[in-house]
Design a protein around this ligand. Structure first.
Ligand code: AMP
Ligand code: MG
Length: 333
């Protein structure tokens, strides 16, 4: 019931795949994991191993499965695990690089808003202030493979786990000699090689204001593309709109003037996932400053005032010519 409920919005998720030429011999693996609907498009039978890997990661990293390692950590237990320790190291590096905009210790605040389940509510300001005392990179201690959290602290890997999973899919497909394929883990995309006719994979960036429309199409090969948007999970109460991407500086849903952020990288889905969440929180100016400072990725930012900003690395890969919409497009150098 719960899963079916989520399936419908997820199918309309951030990055929609445009089917078409080159896909006639494809086989599809469709499944539901990490709270989203997933699809592999492949031309051989490498789908199974990658699906098993995602289910393994879900069992490890889920916050809502009681027997996961993350749940053990969140109950206050010490956990010894090489992979989890490494992923938390990366998470902390993104927290530092984004001035705290990406922070997996936001978990207690995400729960207070009800975004961990489906019982949404608006927490009182003093409740949020008290919870924010338990948020911050210093709440996580890593010694070798051993991880502990400060008392009362919790983690939520919802902003990075699917990106990490897409990196694992890429590794598994590389090891298996898969030449071409596309993994859509909700709004986290990994595309390998080209379509069978040699053309690039076409990934549309959803219009955050209209699930049936898109702001443009990315033509990609050997790339990761991840979108964060308020439209993925939200509710309205007393006429006010609340969504699932929380600004760790305030405890409230980010209100940065952006309505969606897409990050594209040829190297890392983990980076795309963490930075799409972070840039959504940071807003236009700080997101572009981060792009200039770190480099190695590109951005498509959609602003609340109707602009689409595309960083220069995507200039030849982003096509808005068929998007019938009111946006003003700008290439950022
Ligand atoms: P994404 O869709 O990748 O932007 O991730 C959003 C999810 O990450 C939310 O549903 C929360 O589980 C979690 N989250 C919310 N705010 C943050 C934040 N500021 N930093 C890290 N994770 C967050
Ligand atoms: Mg993310």
């Amino acid at each position: 019931m719960h899963k079916l409920h989520r399936l419908i919005p997820c199918l309309a998720a951030a990055l929609l795949l445009l089917c078409g030429c080159g896909s006639k011999d494809a086989s599809y693996t469709d499944f539901f994991a990490m709270d989203t609907s997933m699809r592999f498009t492949l031309y051989d039978n490498a789908g199974l191993a990658a699906k098993e890997e995602i289910l393994r990661l879900e069992a490890l990293l889920s916050r809502t499965k009681d027997d996961s390692l993350v749940s053990a950590l969140n109950r206050g237990e010490a956990v010894e695990d090489t992979e989890l320790a490494a992923l938390l190291h990366k998470s902390l590096a993104y927290t530092a690089a984004t001035d705290g905009a990406f922070d997996v210790t936001i978990a207690p605040v995400v729960s207070a808003w009800g975004f961990t389940g489906d019982s949404y509510r608006v927490p009182a300001a003093d409740e949020l202030a008290a919870l924010l005392a338990q948020v911050g990179g210093e709440q996580i201690s890593i010694h070798g493979d051993s991880v502990t959290l400060a008392e009362g602290a919790m983690i939520d890997l919802g902003g990075i786990a699917k990106g990490y999973a897409s990196d694992r899919v890429a590794e598994i497909w590389a090891e298996a000699g898969v030449e071409r394929g596309l993994a859509a883990l909700g709004g986290n995309i990994y595309c390998r090689g080209t379509k069978t006719d040699g053309s690039l994979w076409r990934v549309s960036v959803q219009d955050p204001n209209d699930p049936a429309a898109y702001v443009g199409i990315l033509s990609l090969s050997d790339a990761f593309a991840v979108t964060s948007g308020a439209y993925e999970r939200n509710f309205t109460e007393n006429g006010k709109f609340y969504h699932h991407i929380i600004d760790p500086a305030t405890g409230y849903p980010a209100d940065s003037g952006l309505t969606s952020v897409t990050v594209v990288s040829h190297n890392s889905g983990t980076l795309c996932d963490a930075l799409s969440t972070a840039c959504y929180v940071l807003g236009e100016e700080d997101a572009l400053a981060l792009w200039r400072k770190i480099g190695g990725f590109d951005l498509v930012l959609v602003t609340a005032d109707g602009r689409v900003l595309i960083t220069e690395g995507l200039e030849g890969s982003f096509d808005s010519s068929s998007a019938a919409n009111p946006y003003v497009y700008e290439i950022i150098h």
